[in-house]
Design a protein around this ligand. Structure first.
Ligand SMILES: C[S@@+](CC[C@H](N)C(=O)[O-])C[C@H]1O[C@@H](n2cnc3c(N)ncnc32)[C@H](O)[C@@H]1O
Length: 214
């Protein structure tokens, strides 16, 4: 019921949304603390606008998504711009563990790609992301919030999850996001709003740090 791969498989062909403001905010927050280049994992990269933004700033980016069109569009755009620091993998991060060694990344970045799973799986996915971060490294994550206009629409699956037009979303409260980040040091955690995909939305965004001593 929560496997949404078919919906996303062809979603990105020929689609090139702009760089998200969250990517710029994350880099402003994280980069001053760490010498470039950062090793970045982008979770659910879509057609790769944010991955390419990070690479243009001199960072090494591993961009993953289970949608073939997402991975193809990201790889094609990186090739066209000569951005060799972007690598792509077609992977499902909802089947942890991801096939990367522990403590591989300085930054894990997720823009609207972690609010799709029931509670137990959400916890397992956040745990795996924590495993992949170096001590002291950052997780930047933005999810749709319970204040979003899509909240409550469609079939109620319980636990703030709703299915609408075949698309399942798990809406986060600020408290729910804080619970996912309980084993991190939370640097910023806030409610935001703005446009995504031509529609106004409400979000929770967080910057969290894996403690250095764990
Ligand atoms: C709302 S889009 C966001 C894309 C991009 N981050 C952006 O902001 O434009 C969510 C993305 O997450 C991907 N995704 C969702 N669940 C996934 C999973 N379990 N494994 C890999 N990718 C997933 C989808 O294929 C889609 O590209």
């Amino acid at each position: 019921m929560f496997d949404q791969r078919a919906i996303w498989e062809h979603a990105w062909t020929g689609r090139r949304p702009p760089v998200n403001g969250f990517a710029r905010r994350c880099l402003r927050y994280v980069a001053p603390e760490t010498a470039a280049p950062l090793t970045i994992l982008e979770i659910g990269c879509g057609s790769g606008a944010d991955a390419l933004f990070f690479a243009r700033r001199g960072h090494r980016v591993t961009a993953i998504d289970f949608s073939r069109s997402a991975v193809e569009e990201t790889a094609r755009a990186a090739r066209r711009r000569g951005l060799v620091a972007v690598t792509t993998h077609q992977l499902d991060y909802a089947r942890p563990p991801l096939p990367f060694p522990a403590e591989s990344f300085d930054l894990i970045y997720s823009h609207l790609s972690l609010h799709y799973f029931p509670d137990a799986l959400t916890i397992a996915v956040f745990d795996d992301l924590r495993r992949l971060l170096k001590p002291g490294a950052f997780l930047c994550v933005k999810c749709r919030s319970t204040a979003d206009s899509l909240y409550g629409q469609g079939e109620d699956l319980g636990g703030d999850c709703f299915r609408r037009n075949g698309h399942v979303r798990h809406f986060f409260s600020k408290e729910y996001m804080a619970r996912q980040l309980a084993r991190f040091t939370i640097r910023t955690l806030r409610r935001t709003s703005g446009a995504y995909d031509g529609r106004k939305g409400a979000f929770i965004e967080a910057v969290a740090q894996r403690p250095r001593s764990s």
